[in-house]
Design a binder for this molecule. Structure first.
Ligand SMILES: C[S@@+](CC[C@H](N)C(=O)[O-])C[C@H]1O[C@@H](n2cnc3c(N)ncnc32)[C@H](O)[C@@H]1O
Length: 156
């Protein structure tokens, strides 16, 4: 199963980029034996003038056809890390080819695009900067892979 992160804005070089790349690398290594392909990042332009509606049009184009859409949204469902791991395994076992995680820009994901999500995932009710959300998501994907592989990284 292919994992895509479709996100608004371009990540510059710096600490967030380093952390993100590290977790993506680790997730790729651990996920290989589990039928999880390396995470790919699709970035779309941050449309300061057009806002979330203009960004949604770009995100819509970046989303792989037929992908299961997971919106990152503070109003979404709260999951424990083992629950998140089981969700990923369930989608994989159901034969899903593509999972697309969608992260909005400064003003969030346009409601119309949010409405097309198959699942809405929250990292808590607080709002996090979107570049940090990428890092947190990459870490949780890596953690999920280690949980599914039975590795020692996750301790509950
Ligand atoms: C700065 S936030 C925008 C928040 C905005 N109030 C909204 O309505 O979504 C940018 C993006 O980061 C992600 N995000 C921020 N906090 C989050 C949280 N607690 N859980 C999940 N995703 C979050 C969402 O994808 C959001 O669109």
């Amino acid at each position: 199963m292919r994992l895509h992160i479709c996100a608004v804005g371009r990540m510059r070089t710096g600490p967030e980029r380093d952390l993100f790349d590290d977790y993506v690398l680790r997730a790729g290594r651990t996920g290989r034996a589990l039928g999880l392909d390396p995470v790919t990042l699709q970035e779309v332009e941050d449309k300061k003038s057009g806002g979330p509606a203009a960004e949604a049009a770009l995100l819509e184009r970046a989303l792989p056809q037929g992908a299961l859409r997971i919106a990152l949204d503070e109003r979404g469902r709260l999951l424990s890390s083992p629950e998140f791991a089981q969700k990923i395994a369930g989608w994989r076992d159901a034969g899903r080819q593509d999972l697309a995680f969608v992260i909005g820009g400064a003003d969030g994901i346009a409601p119309d695009l949010r409405g097309t999500a198959d699942f809405s995932l929250s990292f808590g009710r607080m709002v996090w900067p979107h570049m940090l959300v990428r890092v947190m998501l990459a870490e949780q994907i890596y953690r999920a892979a280690t949980i599914l592989a039975g590795g020692p990284y996750h301790r509950s």
